[in-house]
Design a protein around this ligand. Sequence first.
Ligand code: ATP
Ligand code: SF4
Length: 341
Amino acid sequence: MKQPVLEIKNLNVDYGLGDNAVHAVREVHLTLHKGEVLGLAGESGSGKSTLAYGLTRLLPPPGIVAGGQVLYHAPSGDVVDVLRLSDSELRAFRWSEVSIVFQGAMNSLNPVHKVSTQLMDVIKAHEPGLSRDARLARARELLKLVGISADRLDSYPHQLSGGMRQRVMIGMALALEPQVVIMDEPTTALDVVMQRQILRQLVDLRERLGFSVIFITHDLSLLVEFSDRIAIMYGGRIVEEAEAHEIYRNPLHPYSEGLLRSFPALRGPKREVKGIAGSPPDLRSMPSGCSFHPRCPRAFEPCPDVLPILGPPDGYTLDTRTVACHLHPATIAVGAKEPVG
Ligand code: ATP
Ligand code: SF4
């Protein structure tokens, strides 16, 4: 039985207020289960980072959560409504329950402090009672965990390679043994081999330590390789969510298919690599109906007028696969209690 660790319900995030608001995340429902890697894919501007910042309440102004719920299931069995936590509760919650590795995180290490100091500071902030020796031992352990030898504790960030700095950041994110780690394009600044090495290691650690991961990238090939499930975003909405291998073998949404065709086949027969025609929508003037319709090679009569409902297509349930496309009409909408119609 899969246990939810994070439930996002009908989350809406805007930049700005009133008529000028840009709706960057719309009606997002997502469930992350214990021990699962959930990949979030979509072109630049589809709302992936906004979703991650929204759910952890780290949105830069003028970003605001305009509605929805984020429920965190603590190991104790308590359910925490993240959007209602006070500032001090939120500080305790981040790092220890949910931690985040941001885009370009490897450049956010403080250049004037040794690696040991930075790791120990994170531990100290949350466990002030721990002795210096205990913190140092923990920092050493963390480095080992992410594949860096303990003699690097005395290094300054500039003495480490990009890959090592990124590993340190991942070690830091794991310092307080969180249940959930959110990785926003964690490895894009690294070469492909290093990216894969680090992600492989993270997935191995997840199996050993039992945390769950939300992994954000525009590179669907990485997601297919490392995720259990994948959610695809377009124009701020989830347009398809399924097991990674199902998305890879049989994408149902034409946008998912387009994203998959944008990189070479991982295995099996070679196929033509082809980008998606046109550009992502302008969130200030979204196309009517299905927002993908101006770019969709399979658009038909209802597409420009009617917004497709996200829900399970024929043969699937809400828990197994959802898609928002008139080619695969849903029998029930995600988040709804009653079947469509
Ligand atoms: P990328 O892969 O480039 O990071 P993304 O899918 O993570 O893209 P977001 O960064 O979440 O997308 O951006 C979603 C949309 O929100 C973008 O279209 C952008 O125009 C808008 N947006 C982001 N930050 C702001 C801001 N500070 N003010 C107004 N709009 C913003
Ligand atoms: Fe294409 Fe229509 Fe499906 Fe949108 S609803 S993806 S336009 S076929």
